[in-house]
Design a protein around this ligand. Structure first.
Ligand code: CP
Length: 307
């Protein structure tokens, strides 16, 4: 593994498989009565989140605690960021205290790359702007592999706000690298120009896209990243692109339904699908802890450092 985890684009297929295999071992720790091992004892991990998060921040902290790292959550709202301190100055000051890793979420694409150049500490990307969310794609791949025993050759359909999704970008890089047949579907106003050059099939008909799908992954409509109205109304969006039981019926009988969260119920997904028998959405959340434990362990040096 390299010094940082900045994006799936930097990982080889072998490195992705190593992370997923390591996560299998890490998951077992979470099933023990005492869910803690001394692997990262004496290491300090700083979680620096400039955007709201429920799943990613919580699961990184649980992962760090399960590995016995000392964890520190910087609350940006009560930090000197509120006095105008820049990201670079904030990061250099945190880095001066010699943490062993910094987990960063930031609204600007490329923020993690910037910090990786100026910080001694390894940087883990917990979502940067519209760029990447690599640990989300890794936990998604882990969940797919758990259910289907493979990724190669599966028909995976990703539906929703393709324009503003870092989850889509990381998943496109990962799933095409591992040989999935990837389809994307969304309103024409939310389909990035030239996306098919990244090796995906594009359909503005969700019904056509989900035909025979092994995996359906829904993406959230990201109101906070939209400057203008990309869809006429949420009701129309739901009618044309919302994942309903009727649409799921066109997929394979053993299809799994995924969503990175947070969900807009009744907008991109119907509640009976989100909570229904094909949904693995809460499994994704649970697997996030094991995958983040694997990333922390491998970036800390893996077996060499753990002894
Ligand atoms: N999937 C995801 O990144 O969720 P949070 O924003 O709650 O971390």
């Amino acid at each position: 593994m390299k010094k940082d985890l900045l994006g799936i684009g930097d990982l080889s297929a072998e490195e992705i498989h190593l992370i997923l295999d390591t996560a299998e071992a890490m998951r077992e720790i979470g099933q023990r009565p005492i869910k803690k091992v001394p692997t990262l004892r004496g290491k300090t991990v700083v979680n620096l989140f400039y955007e709201p998060s429920t799943r990613t921040r919580t699961s990184f902290e649980i992962a760090e605690k399960r590995l016995s790292a000392d964890t520190l959550n910087i609350a940006v709202a009560t930090s000197s960021v509120m006095k105008g301190e820049t990201l670079v100055d904030t990061a250099m000051n945190i880095d001066a205290m010699a943490p062993d890793m910094i987990v960063l979420r930031h609204p600007s694409s490329g923020a993690c790359h910037l910090l990786s150049r100026i910080c001694q500490s390894p940087i883990i990307n917990a979502g940067d702007g519209l760029h990447e969310h690599p640990t989300q794609a890794l936990l998604d791949a882990f969940t797919i592999r758990e259910h289907k025993q493979r990724i190669e050759g599966l028909k995976v359909v990703i539906v929703g706000d393709l324009m503003h999704s870092r989850v889509l970008r990381s998943n496109m890089l990962l799933l095409t690298k591992l040989g999935a047949e990837l389809w994307v579907s969304g309103p024409p106003t939310l389909v990035p120009v030239g996306i098919e050059r990244l090796g995906v099939r594009v359909s503005t008909s969700v019904d056509a896209a989900v035909e025979g799908a092994d995996v359906i992954m829904m993406l959230r409509i990201q109101h906070e990243r939209m400057q203008t109205a990309f869809v006429p109304s949420l009701r129309e969006y739901y009618n044309l692109f919302g994942m309903t039981a009727a649409r799921v019926a066109h997929a394979k009988p053993d299809v799994i339904i995924m969503h990175p969260g947070p969900m807009n119920r009744g907008v991109e997904i119907a509640s009976d699908v989100a909570d229904g028998p094909y949904s693995v959405i809460l499994e994704q959340v649970a697997n996030g802890v094991a995958v983040r434990m694997a990333v922390l362990y491998l970036l800390a040096g893996g077996a060499e450092e753990a002894d």
